[in-house]
Design a protein around this ligand. Structure first.
Ligand code: B12
Length: 445
């Protein structure tokens, strides 16, 4: 039984950083523990076209094809599966990941060429599915899957969230050597979920669909063991912790972070790391200790400098928390990168200006994500906008919205036009770089 796990090409990816797909890595690791033959095909990472991806999948001709789908990759996923079926591929095709979890029913209804969807964390359901298929033992009763029964879509009860993340094997790192060669950092997940309740957040909606504790942290010992392996096996020196929130709730959440940092110091790992967290997690004493352990960058979803807007988003932080967080990081000399939402459907022109003033007051911090509020399918935001009559539904996975204030819309449109032209330049440079890289590679060989 050979299994192929694919990260499909995603239209917007050309200027995205080259990174591993840890979700697929976790699934592959779990299957390899059970001695299945698993191949990872990260077409997104390799910047393959849809055509090239189809050709490679056909060559591999797996018994089971698992495709990981994020919202902007759905169109390509449709094209790939359609082409493969037309070419007669008989594999069992299973979709999983964020979009299939948030729009399970719609995906199955609109997409009869796939056999099933695994929704939620695939670590238990997917190996179970593989096992049942290989034993030819009826797979339709597995928790956390959706399938078609004649013309009906059946959605089985959910697989609860994994309570003890230490039980998971470390993710397969097949693509890490390539990512490192391209000058990118290794990534690691020390926890899953977030206790925040932001209305626009995809991960919040993902975890809310599933029973179980929303924020779960790996133990410090377990994280340190993986760090040690990354250092020993791949000479990793910089790691990005990609958790939704590096800190769990309350004192226990802080203590776990401290324990990880203490372990790094004690074991004298020559490692630098970055984290993501909420503004209200940042306190000077804790962060100066984390810096000693190697913390070099913090990414925070600041989102706005206007309290009314933060409240509308249900951020549950104040503008003061945001200011304090940025200032503390500045004082400690830790690079602070912010997520910021410059425009949304409700924003007034005055609020738009207030946001601009906030950014200037904060010394225009570097952004890791600065785009207008985007509607992730399946989030509370989608429902709110629909109820208010502001949602423009292009399809079940592609939305836009009406702005209340025409001036905000106009300014944002101008800003976006500039951003798009910058991106096109980026795309061009990126294409040239990829071509040069491939050329040097083949010349070396
Ligand atoms: C790291 C990261 C990246 C990295 C690495 C990409 C990657 N695919 O992992 C980079 C920076 C490259 C990136 C790029 C993008 N990302 Co990103 N990213 C993340 C982040 C922060 C962590 C992902 C992660 O490692 N999670 C931990 C692993 C263990 O979980 P997982 O990947 O979800 O996988 C589990 C389950 O989903 C499921 N599963 C996943 N795939 C499959 C497949 C099968 C067959 C099965 C059975 C199960 C299954 O089982 C896995 C194990 O439990 C998430 C936020 C988040 N909380 O997940 C956003 C997130 C996944 N990204 C998102 C987006 C939109 C993008 C981009 C489109 C951004 C852009 N505009 O270009 C691109 C698309 C890249 C792509 N094709 O994947 C969205 C997806 C939203 C959605 N509803 O679809 C997220 C959720 C953030 C958000 N805004 O809500 N991203």
């Amino acid at each position: 039984m050979n299994i192929l796990l694919v990260n499909p090409p995603c239209g917007s990816r050309l200027w995205e950083p080259h990174s591993e797909h840890l979700g697929i890595g976790y699934l592959a690791a779990e299957l390899r523990v059970r001695r299945y033959e698993v191949e990872i095909m990260d077409a997104g990472l390799y910047r393959w076209s849809v055509k090239k991806t189809c050709k490679e999948i056909l060559k591999s001709s797996p018994d089971i094809l698992g495709i990981s789908v994020v919202q902007p990759a759905l169109k390509n996923t449709f094209s790939i599966v359609k082409f493969l079926r037309e070419k007669g591929l008989k594999s069992h095709i299973c979709l999983g990941g964020h979009l299939p979890t948030l729009k399970t029913n719609q995906l199955m209804e609109n997409f009869p060429l796939v056999d099933c969807v695994v929704y939620g964390e695939g670590d238990i359901s997917f190996p179970h599915l593989v096992e049942k298929i290989s034993e030819k033992n009826g797979w339709e009763d597995i928790k956390g899957i959706a399938y078609r029964d004649a013309d009906d879509v059946k959605i089985n009860p959910p697989q609860p969230l994994i309570e003890n993340l230490d039980e998971l094997p470390f993710p397969a790192r097949d693509t890490l050597p390539l990512v490192l060669r391209w000058g990118r950092n290794a990534m690691l997940i020390t926890s899953k979920g977030c206790y925040g309740r932001c209305i626009f957040c995809g991960p919040r909606a993902f975890y809310e669909k599933l029973p179980g504790r929303k924020w779960r942290g790996r133990s410090a010992e377990n994280v340190l063991e993986e760090l040690k392996l990354l250092h020993q096996d791949h000479s990793v020196k910089v790691v990005d912790f990609l958790d939704d929130n590096f800190f769990g709730p309350g004192e226990a959440g802080k203590k776990r972070a401290e324990d990880i940092a203490r372990g790094i110091v004690r074991q004298k790992f020559p490692i630098k790391f970055s984290i993501e967290c909420r503004a209200d997690n940042i306190d000077k004493k804790l962060f100066s200790f984390l810096k000693k352990a190697g913390l070099y960058e913090v990414r925070i979803g600041i989102e706005s400098g206007v309290q009314r807007i933060l409240d509308r988003y249900q951020k549950n932080v104040s503008v003061e928390d945001n200011k304090k967080a940025i200032q503390i990081l500045k004082e400690l000399g830790i690079d602070c990168r912010i997520g910021f939402i410059p425009a949304d459907p409700w924003m007034s022109f005055e609020e738009f200006l207030e946001n601009g003033q906030f950014l200037r007051d904060m010394g225009s911090p570097t952004a890791f994500n600065i785009t207008r509020l985007s509607v992730v399918a399946g989030t509370p935001l989608e429902d709110i906008l629909r109820k208010e009559g502001k949602l423009i539904e292009k399809s079940f996975h592609n939305f836009d919205y009406l702005f209340s204030d025409k001036k905000v819309k106009l300014i944002y449109t101008l800003y976006r036009a500039i951003q798009i032209s910058q991106n096109l330049c980026h795309r061009l440079v990126s294409k040239i770089n990829v071509t040069l890289r491939d050329l040097t590679h083949s010349l070396k060989r």
